[in-house]
Design a protein around this ligand. Sequence first.
Ligand SMILES: *Cc1c(COP(=O)(O)O)cnc(C)c1O
Length: 379
Amino acid sequence: MEKIQMVDLQTQHLHIKNEIDEAINNVINSAHFINGEQVSEFAESLAKYLGVKHVIPCANGTDALQIALMSLNLKPSDEIICPNFTFISSAEVIGLLNLHPVLVDVDENSFVSTLKNIEQAITVKTKVIIPVHLFGQAAEMEAIMELAKKYNLYVIEDTAQALGSEYVFKDGSRKKLGTIGTIGCTSFFPSKNLGCYGDGGALFTNDDTLFENIKMITNHGSKQKYYHKIIGCNSRLDTLQAAILNVKLKYLDSYIEKRRKAAHYYTSQLQDLEQIITPIENEYSLHTYHQYTLKIIDGNRNALKEYLNKKDIPAMIYYPVPLHKQEAFTTIARSHSTLEISEKLSEQVLSLPMHTELTKEQQDYIIKAIKDFFEENNS
Ligand SMILES: *Cc1c(COP(=O)(O)O)cnc(C)c1O
């Protein structure tokens, strides 16, 4: 059996090596390393895949979130609602722009912000809601959009972990995540659903004015070379990364299928263990399992992690510290409700190896190790 990895990017690469080599060589031969034609080609293909009018590539997912906020003409001290249980990026860029993150608690089963908590957090200063589609599962977008309309708020979707996931509306229609809010943001960090071979990110919008504004911000606040209308930044997707993404985008749906299949196999084998809770799929969400995250409810999460690690099974805690407990946020973060669910989750969650190359043999080894652990612990 191949050594089990949290994410196996080497094997994934071997399947597409020839195509990638050719794509990379084309860029090197052209020497158009910045803004080469592969970048606009990728933006167009991704827009088509997502069913969105505009895709603006940028340097990474954190930049995408920052640029999205910069494009909305916010004022210092405006409040931005974001989940308390997630990766730091969304709250970090809010702080960086002198805005206030208002942290809301999440649902204990689906790990995404609950509508009730979001509505409770709205004040006269609130300008934006940032739903994070955590682990590949959709936040409650239809209701969030209704809320945003009622209170006149923008919505920036953090789709870094959920590219390709879909939202199923009450009328049965579907949209790709990231295309429902005012702006969608994503990351092409290597381990993400669609990963490049370095850093990369993108923003999506259906709004023509925002599209122009976002493009200008990513390019030093400039529409015409050496004439700068506003303070922007330098955030571009390298041509090499775009060329790689052009190859990998064709495989995204098959990658998602492999993730879902592996996740469903884990769940079928683990759901009867009384010490753990397997991930749920919200009925309105096509889950893409960026992470396969268990809750260990008998208090033995850390012991299980160590046990698995000793058997050469990697397992990770996403996330060990909720944002309100992070030193960086002690002075700027606000909240209007308790954050006890995120605190509890940070002590219960454990993510298992999840990627496109997991074999049944590897999964069976992992599943057996988990079962053995609980048997040994109970006797
Ligand atoms: C990975 C990630 C980001 C940031 O992406 P980078 O490309 O690493 O900057 C933002 N939000 C979430 C939820 C993520 O998982």
